[in-house]
Design a protein around this ligand. Structure first.
Ligand code: HMG
Length: 387
């Protein structure tokens, strides 16, 4: 039985910061951000948006009423959790109008958790082909104003429906998970911004990718020609290039050139959004599905990485008709119709996040056109509305 991604959708903030403006404000050559880091725009998330509202919207746009009747499990993968106890998936279930006979859970391990959720979903469907598992990978990446990580912030959510006989891609085996206990990036309880050892984190990422890929080759005998593309977790798009070049070295064969071109296709959407932690690999996959040179039956290798650190290399196979099984135009138009804001507006929004506040708050919804919104906090409970 084939198991995999049957539907995929994406949502992000309707506001963005132009990184040339940020470079000018920070006294940096814009090419450092545009070329050196490989980012053009950054999603700026209003206080009235969070992983619940963005994740719900990503799912809402792709689910039919019939889908809502058949979903059996909702997994939200995130490191931007809104409660230390209650799963954000429960709020998502309510806002999506799902019935009560559903399993709802939250997964955490930095940016890797989206892949853990996909593999768990595959396991559920393999035990019972009637399972329809909604996986949402949603995050807001925050490092702080004037920090080296600032240019790599962003946010958004990818929603995926994992089922038997999927229309977009099937998940293959073997997969290679890999864990190392390192302090490259973490966020202690009570802190709203990550602590990061940036250069170290990029080195650990590359080492773990090369190790996982080598192990995959030992298990399968696959070589580069077995892949039509390799897609990566993209905290910033240059990271994917660093990882691919570490694998290819100075190889200039046809397959090496093809993998480089497909990587460029997989970076297009991420360049305009920034890091969305758990969702970044899957936004890159969407970008590849939209912009890559792909055909049904071809195999894509995916490298998932979450600091701390855990990675996984696994493969997926494109299904016949995959290109019409998701709403490419909606995803692209949502990005193109966003509103650009100034650096001063971005800084004000950054500083107005709710953080660890436990007082009653009523948020100003004037600038938020979204269907799902966080209206405030009452008695330490988050209050969400649907337009
Ligand atoms: P930095 O101090 O700005 O780095 O920090 P830099 O000065 O080395 O510059 C970056 C690149 O720009 C360099 O290229 C420069 O040469 C180039 P590279 O050597 O890397 O190829 N450059 C220029 N290029 C063109 N024109 C110019 C110019 N000037 C310089 N004029 C860093 C960069 C990524 C470290 C920082 O932004 C950071 O700490 N980011 C956050 C951490 C991160 O994203 N790590 C990635 C791996 S860890 C991961 O992926 C997990 C994560 O998503 C979290 C999770 O799992 O939850 C982060």
């Amino acid at each position: 039985m084939k198991i995999g991604i049957d539907k995929i959708g994406f949502n992000t903030s309707s506001y963005y910061l132009d990184l040339t403006d940020l470079a000018n404000a920070r006294g940096v050559d814009p090419n450092k951000y545009l070329i050196g880091i490989g980012q053009e725009k950054q999603a700026v998330v209003l206080p009235t948006q969070d992983i619940v509202t963005m994740g719900t919207m990503a799912a809402d746009q792709m689910l039919t009423d019939a889908d809502r009747q058949t979903i059996t499990t909702v997994i939200v993968a995130t490191e931007s959790g809104i409660d230390n106890s209650k799963a954000s998936a429960i709020y998502v279930k309510t806002l999506l109008g799902l019935g009560d006979f559903v399993r709802t859970i939250e997964f955490k391990e930095a940016c890797y958790a989206g892949t853990a959720a996909i593999q768990a979903a595959k396991g559920l469907v393999s035990a019972n082909p009637e399972e329809h598992v909604l996986v949402i990978a949603a995050d807001i990446a925050r490092y702080g104003l004037n920090t080296p990580g600032e240019v790599t912030q962003g946010g958004g959510a990818v929603a995926m429906l994992v089922t038997a006989n999927p229309r977009i891609l099937s998940i293959e085996g073997p997969s290679v998970p890999i864990t190392r206990d390192v302090m490259d990036f973490w966020r202690p309880l009570g802190k709203t911004e990550a602590i990061v050892d940036g250069k170290y984190s990029t080195n650990v990422y590359i080492e773990m990718f090369l190790e996982a890929f080598k192990r995959y080759q030992e298990l399968t005998d696959d070589d580069l020609t077995d892949f039509t593309a390799l897609a990566f977790h993209l905290p910033f798009t240059k990271m994917g290039k660093k990882a691919l070049e570490a694998l290819l070295g100075d190889e200039d064969s046809l397959i090496a050139e093809k993998l480089r071109a497909q990587l460029t296709a997989s970076q297009i959407l991420n360049r305009k959004v920034g890091n969305l932690y758990t969702g970044s690999l899957y936004l890159s996959l969407i970008s590849l599905l939209i912009n890559g040179e792909l055909a049904a039956g071809e195999k894509i290798g995916l490298f998932s990485y979450g600091s701390g650190a855990e990675g996984e290399f696994y493969t997926v196979t494109l299904q016949a008709g995959f290109e019409t099984a998701f709403d490419k135009d909606l995803i692209e138009s949502n990005l193109e119709t966003r509103t650009k804001i100034s650096v001063a507006e971005y800084e004000a929004i950054f500083n107005s996040q709710l953080g660890m506040n436990s007082e009653d708050i009523e948020l100003n919804l004037d600038n938020d056109i979204s269907k799902f919104r966080l209206t405030g906090i009452q008695n330490q409970k988050r209050i969400y509305t649907k337009k």
